[in-house]
Design a binder for this molecule. Structure first.
Ligand code: FAD
Length: 500
């Protein structure tokens, strides 16, 4: 059995540690921060408790697989709750749509809120997305990236290629199935689940709303952060050693093979296998020596567009909001202007900027564990934001910017019917620069590289690095970001380690 060092205790690193530990490997996890969890973070302000990262669990079967493979079932460790309604949407023209949490109820709800055959249009799109899911789940999401081999596997069946339509954008697919403009807006939003622009992201991302509706939107009672704790406990139960406050400075390569890591204080931790859960861009730029096999991975990364980041407001509020859903989305009148601002495209080509009139996402779990008393609420508010890039984009550390932008977001919310400015008891702001500092993700990109462009998925760093004995897990590697895919990447990596 191998000595394995896992770098980074985000969900990807922790899930890999749990799986590899369960297989009998001797695992050490090294985390730079004082706490485990990475983006799956938690904050507490005067009795208000917040998840600072993910607020939605999709594809719960992937978490169930992880727990089943490492011990007792997920239900023994976590209380997962299916949300219904899944999301309350408010559009700029005042239309409201409460999206049911079960797929059968969706068309009727769409017809009631939007009319004009909206239910049938969406059902037709979801039928296509279901076929896309059947074609792509196993060969792509659940398998190691095999470069041209993955494409070749797909290309062997022309009908599958036609279903996935790799040449088509998500926006293009929406335009061919959806006449109702609000449905197009809804579909566009799913590009942001991988940090992408719907005008450039591939049509196959229609599988995201399909999977969300088919398998449900879920919450972890007590906060999603509990998922990280539970997986860490699973890893520890299999003998993994979890060390926090240990920044890895270098991956050591000896005779062309990964041989361990060196910490910032000079300590060397030898290993037969290194699993990196840190941002792939940071791994290739900072932790590995220049030159050699890793250069190709660096070139691919340089050709990809980084995913977007997020600007987060944590609001501890006095009083309760009648009728508030667990998740609320407030759309702007001009969605394209948001993507132009975030990615520096459109009229002001070349310079990303904070979105003046952003889509606002509010997660307000009705969970007594997250509030100091029954007459208060803890809101996580997220808007899409350009990554932190002081040279070519936005310098989120510019004095005053974060506070000014927080006021903008609060004003936008007020303009769309949720004015909470006189109810704020405590508030905190987290910018893309904070995300970069806290988790080491370059520029605070949430999902590593984006899915912008037809070949983006294949430019994503593979789980087996070019350096034998070094593997990549987590949201910046294949198959992508978000809790389910990150957890799948750990399954892929544990398979790869076992077969070497
Ligand atoms: C605001 C926000 C909202 C989100 N919402 C959702 C959602 O609703 N649903 C969903 O599924 N996903 C969501 N995501 C995405 C999801 O959080 C991530 O895809 C996932 O948590 C990433 O896990 P990871 O293990 O790949 O990386 P990370 O969580 O970033 O973990 C990487 C770890 O490596 C550590 N590290 C970095 N460098 C070093 C080093 N040199 N030495 C040692 N340790 C190091 C970091 O400190 C960190 O702990 C959201 C993310 C954010 C930020």
């Amino acid at each position: 059995m191998a000595r394995v060092v896992v770098v980074g205790a985000g969900l990807g690193g922790l899930a890999a540690a749990a799986r590899l530990g369960a297989l009998g490997h001797r695992v050490t996890v090294l985390e730079q921060a004082a706490e485990i969890g990475g983006k799956l973070g938690r904050a507490e302000l005067d009795g208000h408790v917040f998840d600072t990262g993910p607020s939605l669990v999709t594809l719960p079967q992937i978490q169930r697989d992880l727990f089943a493979a490492t011990g007792a079932p997920l239900e023994a460790a976590l209380d997962l709750v299916r949300l219904d309604p899944a999301v309350a949407y408010r559009f700029a023209d005042g239309t409201r749509l409460s999206m049911p949490g079960t797929p059968d109820a969706v068309p009727t709800a769409l017809d009631a809120a939007l009319r004009d055959g909206a239910g049938a249009q969406w059902a037709a799109l979801m039928a296509r997305a279901e076929r896309m899911w059947a074609v792509s789940e196993r060969p792509f999401l659940r398998s190691p990236l095999a470069g041209a081999g993955t494409l070749a596997r797909l290309a062997r069946r022309p009908a599958d290629v036609a279903t996935v339509a790799p040449w088509r954008s998500l926006r293009g697919l929406g335009e061919s199935y959806l006449r109702h403009p609000h449905l197009r807006t809804l579909l566009d939003r799913y590009a942001t689940y991988s940090g992408s622009d719907p005008r450039r992201a591939p049509a196959v991302l229609a599988t995201v709303p399909y999977a969300e509706q088919a398998f449900g939107s879920w919450y972890v009672r007590g906060g999603l952060r509990r998922l990280a704790t539970a997986v860490a406990e699973r890893a520890a139960a299999h003998g993994a050693e979890l060390r926090t406050g240990c920044a890895v400075r270098r991956v050591l390569v000896d005779g062309g093979r990964a041989s361990g890591v060196e910490l910032a204080d000079g300590e060397v931790v030898p290993a037969d296998v290194v699993v990196s859960g840190v941002d792939a861009e940071a791994l290739y730029a900072d932790l590995l020596p220049a030159g050699g096999e890793a250069d190709r991975a660096r070139r691919n990364l340089a050709r990809a567009t980084p995913s977007l980041s997020g600007f987060v407001l944590l609001l501890g509020l006095r009083g309760r909001t009648p009728g508030l859903a667990h998740h609320t989305v407030l759309f702007p009148a001009d969605y394209d202007a948001e993507f132009d601002a975030v990615f520096g495209t459109g009229r002001d080509e070349g310079r990303p900027r904070p979105v003046p009139d952003p889509t606002v996402y509010i997660s307000a779990p009705d969970d007594p564990e997250l509030r100091p008393d029954e007459d208060s609420e803890s809101w996580f508010v997220l808007v899409n934001a350009p990554r932190h890039d002081p040279v070519r984009g936005v310098d989120w550390d510019e004095p005053g910017l974060a506070e000014r932008y927080a006021e903008t977001v609060l004003r936008v919310m007020a303009g769309r019917g949720l004015d909470v400015r006189d109810r704020i008891r405590v508030r905190a702001v987290r910018t893309p620069a904070d995300l970069e500092r806290d988790t080491g993700s370059v520029g605070g990109s949430i999902y590593g590289t984006s899915s912008n462009g037809a070949r983006a998925a294949f430019l994503r760093p593979a789980n087996a690095s070019p350096v034998p004995g070094l593997f990549l897990v987590g949201g910046s590697a294949h198959p992508g970001g978000g809790l389910p895919l990150v957890t799948l990447s750990a399954e892929i990596v544990s398979g790869l380690v076992s077969s070497t």
